[in-house]
Design a binder for this molecule. Structure first.
Ligand SMILES: *Cc1c(COP(=O)(O)O)cnc(C)c1O
Length: 342
């Protein structure tokens, strides 16, 4: 079946981004492939990164671990949400280990039997997941592969970054583990003090520019293209789309494209988004509908029904235009795309 909407995912860019992040960190780099590889495909991303030399992968839930299928023995898979009361079957059956997040999860894991490898998350100030530094006595006797903490503000120059670093150093010196890990993508930009033994990038593997240091080094991975359903003229003085928010000030050439908020092209792009064809920018006119948008095509006289138009999905730009985070831009992409790994 022909699909009039395409998502192209650049495998080589995923590998190059991961390598750049690993080089910048100067230590081993893993990869967060949760939320189906940030919406782009966890299985394909994992395969591409194993080929590039990555051997530590992170998902959120056991269901995501299972969905990854068989991985080589040399690869380790960690479930970030840990070991809940209903996870015993999954944890004994799947080749993944939990990252334990609370005293309760630690106790539950110990009950499963001694010596089983796990990771542990320490909360150094984000107050999301993790044991407080005052709870580390509970970790006695655990076989900890990697001890983690997670940065709350690494994409900004916030004093909390250094506070978390200091707190994590203190905990790391008191808790034995094979490895220690603190930095996500943005944390890698903060410098090698934050690298420890392993970094855990996610968004920047998929093209996210979290800090100025990443500009020009991290490549765009996902490209969105939609087909022209119809070309029309919006007569001078008439409006286009729901709410009549765009009013033509002259006869205006428009193309109606096969993409809308049901595809993750959310309404923040109304009158703010852009597409391009043949090097010309085509502005979004008026509101994004569920399945359609209108773009001005005065600059592209030859563009006609059936032609493909690239939606401007440069992440920092699209984020600024839409008010969505770069994470939201990727993870909301819908199911109607023809996904092409190139
Ligand atoms: C999602 C996640 C990451 C990756 O974060 P990015 O900001 O996408 O690089 C790393 N560590 C933990 C614990 C996470 O939940």
């Amino acid at each position: 079946m022909h699909r009039p909407l395409r998502l192209s995912i650049d495998r080589a860019a995923i590998q190059a981004n991961w390598r750049w992040l690993a080089d910048r960190a100067g230590v081993a780099a893993g990869a967060a492939v949760k939320a189906d590889g940030y919406g782009l495909g966890a299985r394909e991303t994992t395969e591409a990164l194993i080929e590039a030399g990555c051997s530590d992968f992170f998902v959120s839930t056991w269901a995501e671990a299972e969905a990854l299928g068989n991985l080589p023995q040399s690869v380790s898979l960690v479930v970030l949400h840990g070991f809940g009361a209903d996870d015993t079957d999954a944890a004994t059956r799947l080749p993944a280990r939990p990252c334990l997040n609370s005293v309760k999860q630690v106790a539950r894991w110990k009950q499963l039997g001694p010596g089983r490898a796990c990771d542990v998350m320490i909360d150094t100030g984000m107050n999301r997941l993790g044991l407080r530094p005052t709870d580390i006595n509970a970790l006695d006797g655990l076989n900890i592969d990697t001890l983690h903490s997670h940065l709350a503000c690494a994409d900004e120059d916030d004093p909390l970054n250094e506070m978390q670093l200091e707190r994590f150093r203190a905990v790391a010196s008191a808790v034995p583990a094979k490895r220690y890990s603190l930095a996500n993508s943005a944390g890698i930009g903060l410098g090698r003090d934050y690298s420890f033994d392993l970094v855990r990038p996610g968004i920047s593997i998929y093209g996210g520019i979290q800090r100025p240091e990443f500009e020009g080094n991290i490549r765009q991975v996902a490209r969105v293209e939609a087909q022209v359903v119809q070309r029309r003229i919006i007569p001078d003085g008439e409006s286009c789309g729901y709410g009549a928010t765009f009013v033509a000030r002259e006869d205006t050439e428009a193309a109606i494209l096969n993409i809308g908020y049901a595809d993750g092209y959310l309404r923040g792009f109304s009158s703010h988004g852009s597409a391009f064809a043949g090097g010309y920018a085509l502005p979004v006119l008026g509101r994004v509908s569920m399945d359609l948008i209108a773009v001005g095509v005065g600059a592209a006289p030859g563009l006609k029904e059936g032609d493909w138009v690239e939606i401007d999905y440069d992440l920092p730009w699209a984020s600024k235009q839409s008010g969505l985070s770069q994470y939201e831009l990727l993870t909301t992409l819908g199911s109607r795309f023809e996904r092409r790994w190139i």
